[in-house]
Design a protein around this ligand. Sequence first.
Ligand SMILES: *Cc1c(COP(=O)(O)O)cnc(C)c1O
Length: 428
Amino acid sequence: MNNYTLDTRCLQAGYQPANGEPRQLPIIQSTTFKYDSSEDMGKLFDLEASGYFYTRLANPTSDHVADKIANLEGGSAAMLTASGQAASFYSIFNIASCGDHVISCSTIYGGTYNLFAVTMKRMGIDFSFLPPDCSEEELKAAFRPNTKAVFGETIANPALIVFDIERFARAAHAHGVPLIVDNTFATPILCRPFEHGADIVIHSTTKYMDGHGAAVGGCIVDSGRFDWTKYPEKFPGLCTPDASYHGITYTKRFGLEGAYITKAVAQLMRDLGSVQSPQNAFLLNLGLESLHLRMERHSQAALAVAQFLSEQEEVSWVKYPGLPGDSCYALTKKYLPKGASGVVSFGVKGGRKAAEAFMKGLRLASIVTHVADAKTCCLHPASSTHRQMTDEELAAAGVSPDLVRLSIGLEAPEDIIRDIRQALDGIR
Ligand SMILES: *Cc1c(COP(=O)(O)O)cnc(C)c1O
């Protein structure tokens, strides 16, 4: 498939039916798989034969969809998870344990921040949060002997800061750890983090990949390029035998291409079980079939809305990484040359109150916690997704109290703009 463009691969990568098989990806809605003898099944458990036996560990529908996403990202292996949160958690917990440390960019999704700063902290994993524009000295000083990974979002939700992937990859690699990038807002259509040095990519497939607000899901993709065996003392889980899984050493048995994802499935999915249902994997695949068209349209319409907003006198500021003059514009040109995705944020003059009045006035755009949907939607993070955060934490995450986040859908751009204009009229 790799000699085709990404557009074609959105449709044809992953599932390729043989003669007489269904053209559309079949939903294998079965928890379990039948064998003729316990001997046959024993071979699967001994890893002498490959095959399916229980959907918590592997399912053909989900595997085909994971293969498509691995192909789109240019990775060596991928797995689906029940949600983006599960993908974030597994991506780090697969290589960090109690007593370890991880560096994260501070401009990340609120749910990820909570996961790292509260829940994973309770598990004994310590996180340092660094601003995306931190100095080289700050970045260098953040690494500790027990640091296991660096984490950031290609386009931060909701701060819309573009992550300098190459810079953070260089720093991570200089300290012998991988860079994990949450590529949810960009999708591989707009940015492929592996081409810029990232080692692991994760997604909330709930967003643009599904794209229709239908199914919560996540995905982890491995580039297969990080050489864990160079640092066996740092990554014992990948480089020494796993007593809970046939005494296998993942890097030896599955190579650099397969070790990380196989371990995440065989250990974490087996024990924690955040599995994506075959039905949801099917819905995700339908979304992926039009991802290339949707990302282009979302990006064009969002740029038009951002330009419009920047010309309205009720608007105090506009943040869209694709807007010329935006603080991230140079990084956008470098990492997102095909478009800066569909999310725009802005402030209304009059602060929090005016922001709430504006939202109330919208007719076409609906107030939902969701983003990255085919239908235009709108959110006030300070009073919803980010309400657990202190003012200082909000500022570090790049979220001000007057920030309104608009996720520009696939409706006609002129209708979306008309709706925004009439809602601005209503706050006067
Ligand atoms: C939504 C989101 C997540 C969490 O994903 P869920 O599918 O809601 O669990 C993680 N990262 C980013 C950037 C997101 O937008």
